[in-house]
Design a protein around this ligand. Structure first.
Ligand code: SF4
Length: 339
């Protein structure tokens, strides 16, 4: 780890001032990812700006017109177990609790969850090339160990996946990211926040230098009747998704009125294809219809030597998770979901 200085920001304006115009000034909140990056020499900091004492970012606010705002500094644990989230946005609670470990969720913040880095092995090893860490140096994952890598939206330059569970649910729920920066406040629709790697894999999201995430808004539609988050991974806890699916829908006269399907573990950002959701609208929530929707979602999927299995796994996960969302009670241990 390189030597760095440490300072505290007492309010949002001060945090923006401290990082604006200096890429070497980095914000720390929960520190569950940035400290690893510093320790492994993946990144360097001149100054660490601690924002943990900005109290206004640490709570959940209910909007008078419906919907809520999650403070950027709320921990993942406080968010998942908040009564409003448990009762009104259970999809989000379930996705958060599928991620990391209890200890990490107690420290990790909502803003940090959006900004975490890929867990590509090569990215964390400064002894090898990596276009995301050192643009232009190459991508050893393409010909190397790529079992955990992308099947959708990858580029010649990077095939990494975004590791968050929480963000898959936020994508499905149409969240909006609230940002403060040198030019004032602005918001970004969740679908536009994270980026595909393209020619600039070193840029993970559309947050500009000098900007700070202050909150995440969720709309009034909660999808609390029909929802499910399914995470498929190598072990049952403290493991990143090989494939995950957030599914939520509303029914009218036993037909799908509105549906959301977002995938994790398959791309550089949560993967959501609106054409598939439009295809399902007005149809019966049957296995056949969800299988066709899965084909639309996975159109263009292409695998590498070790992750071909993800394409079939993703299709099965979409179909299975739809059954679980139709009968959320089927998510109890031992229960068998069926469409
Ligand atoms: Fe680096 Fe991306 Fe290639 Fe991994 S997949 S080695 S992060 S460029």
């Amino acid at each position: 780890m390189n030597n760095f200085s440490y300072t505290k920001a007492c309010d949002i304006g001060q945090a923006v001032d401290l990082i604006n115009g200096n890429a070497g000034h980095k914000i720390v909140a929960g520190g569950t990812n940035i400290l690893d990056l510093l320790k492994y020499f993946v990144t360097e900091a001149e100054t660490i700006v601690d924002i943990n004492t900005i109290e206004e970012l640490s709570s959940l606010t209910e909007h008078a017109e419906g919907g809520i705002r999650l403070g950027a500094l709320m921990t993942n644990a406080d968010t998942a177990y908040h009564p409003v989230i448990e009762q009104q946005y259970p999809l989000l609670s379930k996705a958060i609790l599928a991620g990391a470990s209890a200890q990490i969720r107690n420290m990790a913040t909502n803003g940090g969850n959006l900004l975490q880095k890929t867990r590509c092995y090569y990215f964390y090893d400064p002894a090898v090339p990596c276009n995301k860490r050192l643009p232009g140096s190459g991508c050893p994952a393409k010909e190397g160990h790529n079992r955990i890598h992308a099947i959708l939206g990858h580029s010649e330059n990077c095939i990494a996946v975004f590791p968050s569970d929480m963000c898959v649910a936020l994508a499905a729920l149409d969240a909006v990211v609230q940002i403060s920066g040198p030019d004032g406040n602005r918001e970004i629709q969740f679908a536009d926040f994270h980026r595909l790697p393209g020619d600039t894999p070193e840029i993970d999201n559309n947050l500009k230098q000098g900007e700070v995430i202050i909150g995440i808004d969720l709309p009034a539609e909660t999808f609390s009747d029909h929802y499910s988050y399914l995470k498929l991974r190598d072990r049952s806890s403290y493991s990143f998704a090989l494939v995950s699916v957030a599914t939520a829908f509303t029914l009218e006269n036993e037909l799908i009125k509105e549906v959301r399907i977002a995938l994790g573990g398959v791309s550089h950002k949560p993967w959501r294809i609106k054409e598939a959701e439009q295809f399902l609208a007005g149809k019966t929530p049957s296995e056949e219809n969800f299988a066709q929707a899965a084909d639309i979602i996975l159109q263009g999927a292409s695998a590498f030597k070790h992750n071909e299995f993800k394409i079939g796994l993703a299709k099965k996960a979409i179909i299975r998770n739809a059954a679980m969302a139709l009968h959320p009670e089927s998510q109890r241990p031992g229960a068998k979901p069926s469409l």
